[in-house]
Design a protein around this ligand. Structure first.
Ligand SMILES: *[C@@H]1O[C@H](CO)[C@@H](O)[C@H](O)[C@H]1NC(C)=O
Ligand SMILES: *[C@@H]1O[C@H](CO)[C@@H](O)[C@H](O)[C@H]1NC(C)=O
Ligand SMILES: *[C@@H]1O[C@H](CO)[C@@H](O)[C@H](O)[C@H]1NC(C)=O
Ligand SMILES: *[C@@H]1O[C@H](CO)[C@@H](O)[C@H](O)[C@H]1NC(C)=O
Ligand SMILES: *[C@@H]1O[C@H](CO)[C@@H](O)[C@H](O)[C@H]1NC(C)=O
Length: 427
């Protein structure tokens, strides 16, 4: 997809404008979402990778098998391209009430969501079928391993979804779920397996990292600081990163050189969002190159999760948002202003040049369709809504996060497909 530069500039401008107005309007909501988190406390880069992997020219005709792979994808099928199919029989894969780990910001049924259709959509890739998610199989394959999700509250949602997909076959006394500061750990004792989430919304060190005291306005990210968090990721066998929304401040991003602590003038530069984001992705890849063995481990990166703040974008009411949306968007080309195409370009460029194999979970387009899948008003509210809010529910509707069960289970199905049935790396 190559948008022409003028539309792109226009859409970037609009997306800034929108982000800005969004922050003003919903900043409080955001703060609540992100802070409650504390309260609880493909692109394989083939050419380079192959060169590393194949010292022996006689083996050149063989396919390279990635760690964890049990098969390959079906003739290069792009699993991220497809459509949503309504499926009463096989979806959802678990009941909301059967998964005690879902944070109250995502338990939409419990907080009164009247419709259930959002749980029954299955993703159907255009040219192939997804392998069906088999929890027993996955637990067996991950025996003795550490799987770690790193990122923001959206990644945390995906993490919890994975735990929900896996936990039901494990007896009560053989599993645990605990939070230690920035780290949440699900343990499957009999499998000697942990599935973890680490809070690092920018991946790099920032002033939004602290579990209790964190600021959302005036965000500052420290350049070259990946090890600050990275030290807690060492030893992971499977890593799933995300980072996006926190960068979208609507203005340039403040990047600090040197430490946060200490007196004297701080060396802070304001970078364009794209440049700041590129810096973080490159740091992430350098960290991966240094700490992750491509023969034994896999690294994934989940692309941006879309928001649905303005129903006018999909031809709905002029002043609505995701509130009261119960069906997906039909238009296959739909792409909302909130998902920055220039950030997507940065991801593609940085990964293309990377020396390490990293698999993009390109969930943006398929999630764009799901205006019906957000938590909206059906979540724990940290402050009771005021009468004027109750009179106008869309004013406090969360159109960023997703109900569970729901969309994010699909992200994990795609992760499952890419983990066990990756692209064949053909020399
Ligand atoms: C799931 O995986 C297990 C372990 O590999 C296997 O025994 C079982 O038959 C699989 N179930 C299905 C429905 O394919
Ligand atoms: C459990 O897995 C860890 C690696 O994550 C390994 O070091 C340890 O030896 C394993 N323990 C058992 C009992 O298998
Ligand atoms: C910071 O300021 C304090 C007191 O003002 C001083 O004692 C200390 O040496 C300074 N530290 C640095 C790194 O300049
Ligand atoms: C929700 O949407 C339906 C149409 O889809 C409409 O009839 C109803 O009035 C809407 N409810 C609210 C509270 O906006
Ligand atoms: C993700 O998919 C979209 C199309 O749906 C494409 O434009 C974009 O380049 C892809 N991103 C990456 C990182 O592969």
């Amino acid at each position: 997809m190559k948008p022409n530069p003028s539309t792109l500039r226009k859409s970037t401008f609009f997306s800034y404008l929108l982000t800005l107005s969004f922050i003003v309007l919903f900043g409080f909501l955001y703060f609540e979402d992100f802070s409650c988190l504390f309260r609880q406390q493909q692109q394989q880069i083939q050419s380079n990778f192959q060169q590393q992997q194949i010292p022996n020219p006689q083996k050149e005709k063989e396919y390279i098998r990635l760690p964890f792979a049990v098969g390959d994808d079906q003739n290069g099928c792009d699993v991220f391209e497809g459509r949503w199919v309504y499926d009463e029989e096989t979806r959802p894969q678990y009941a909301e009430s059967s998964c005690p780990y879902i944070q109250p910001q995502l338990t939409c049924e419990r907080y009164g969501r009247p419709d259930r259709e959002y749980q029954h959509w299955r993703w159907q890739p255009r040219r192939c079928d997804l392998p069906s998610f088999n929890a027993t199989f996955m637990l067996e394959k991950l025996r003795g391993k550490r799987m770690l999700y790193v990122g923001d509250s959206l990644n945390r949602g995906q993490y919890v979804s994975m735990v929900c997909l896996l936990h039901s076959i494990i007896p009560e006394n053989a599993k645990s779920f605990k939070t230690f500061g920035s780290l949440t750990v699900f343990t499957a004792k009999d499998y000697n397996l942990t599935i973890e989430f680490y809070w690092a919304p920018f991946l790099l060190e920032s002033n939004s990292d602290n579990a209790i005291v964190h600021r959302v306005t005036d965000r500052i990210v420290r350049a070259g600081s990946i090890n600050k968090h990275g030290q807690h990721w060492e030893g992971a066998d499977i890593l799933v990163f995300n980072t996006y929304l926190w960068w979208m401040t609507g203005t340039r991003m403040k990047i600090l050189r040197g430490p946060f602590k200490g007196n004297g003038t701080k060396d802070i530069r304001a970078l364009e969002t794209e440049d700041a984001y590129r810096l973080a992705l490159r740091s992430m890849l350098r960290w991966v190159e240094k700490h992750m063995d491509p023969q034994k481990t896999r690294v994934f990166f989940t692309t941006m999760s879309p928001s649905h703040e303005r129903s006018a974008e999909w031809g709905g009411e002029p002043d609505g948002n995701c509130y009261n949306q119960t069906t997906p968007i039909d238009d296959p080309t739909y792409w909302g202003f909130g998902s920055s195409k220039s950030i997507m370009r940065v991801i593609r460029e940085v990964f293309r040049k990377s020396n390490v194999p990293i698999t993009a979970l390109n969930i943006t387009q398929l999630s764009e369709y799901r205006k019906d899948a957000h938590t909206s008003i059906y979540k724990k509210q940290w402050n009771p809504p005021k009468p004027e809010q109750l009179a106008n529910p869309k004013s406090y509707s969360d159109c960023v996060h997703w109900c569970l069960p729901g969309l994010q289970d699909t992200w994990n199905e795609l992760l499952y497909a890419k983990l066990f049935y990756p692209w064949k790396l053909k020399p």
